[in-house]
Design a protein around this ligand. Sequence first.
Ligand code: AP5
Ligand code: MG
Length: 216
Amino acid sequence: MATFIVLLGPPGVGKGTQAKILANAKKLAHISSGDLFREHIKNQTELGKHAKLFIDRGELVPDDVTIGMIRERLSYADCKPGAILDGFPRTPIQAVALEKMLAEFDGQVNIVPYITAPESVVVGRISGRWTCRLNGHVYHQMFNPPKQVGVCDIDSSELYQRDDDKVETVTIRIRVYLEQTIPLVEYYRKSGKLVELNGAQAVEQVSKDLCQVVKN
Ligand code: AP5
Ligand code: MG
C-alpha cells in the first residue's frame, strides 16, 4: 500500500527543506503545492495567473483550484509508492478532499508530522531565504548559503527572493495560517496521526527527528 505523509507547519518553518530530504530517503514523490503554483506562474498558465492574485496578497488560493491541481499531480506515476505532501492540505475542506482522493489511489494519510517554531524563527528564515529561478532550490543567507552569492550551486541559475516573502505579506500569511490551517492540527490530532516536532533546531536535527517518527 502506498505511503502518504502530510507535513504541517507555519510558513517558513522548513517544510520544503525537510520534505526534499525525506522524499529522497524514502524514495517517495515530493508534492509541494507552493512549488506547483510557482511553476504554473512561471509558465503563465491560466491556473498560474489566477493563483498569483491570491499568492501575492498572502491569501490561500481557492480550495477547488488547489484540490484540482493536487488531484492531477497525484495521478503521476511517481506517486504510486506514495508521496510527501508539503503545503497541502491547508484547510479542512482540502483535508477531506485528500482522504477521498487517496482512497481512489488505494492509499490514506499515514502520519502527519507537525513542525513548529516560534514566529520570530520562521520570520527570520523567510527573510533570509533565496530561491533558485530555474528549479526552486532553496538557500538561506545565514543557515545554508550558496557558494557564490546570488547563484544556485546546483544549476547555476539566478537566486531570487519570493514576492510573497515581503514582510507585509509574511504577516498576512502567518495570520491566514493561524485562522485557516491551525484547525487541521486538531483534525489530525483526533485521528491519532499527528506527531509534533521541534522545527527550531538545525536542519540535520529536524531531519533526524522526522526520520525517527516516520520509521516508528
Ligand atoms: P508555500 O510555498 O507552501 O509557502 P509556505 O507554507 O508559506 O511555506 P514556505 O514555502 O514559505 O516555507 P517552508 O516551510 O517550505 O520552509 P523552507 O523549507 O523553504 O505557499 C505559498 C503560497 O501558495 C501560499 O501563501 C498560498 O497563497 C498558496 N498555497 C500553497 N499551498 C496552498 C494550499 N494548499 N491551499 C491554498 N493556497 C496554497 O525554509 C525556509 C527557509 O529557512 C529557507 O531559506 C531554508 O533554507 C531555511 N531553513 C529551513 N529549515 C531550517 C532550519 N532547521 N534551520 C535553519 N534554517 C532553515
Ligand atoms: Mg515551502
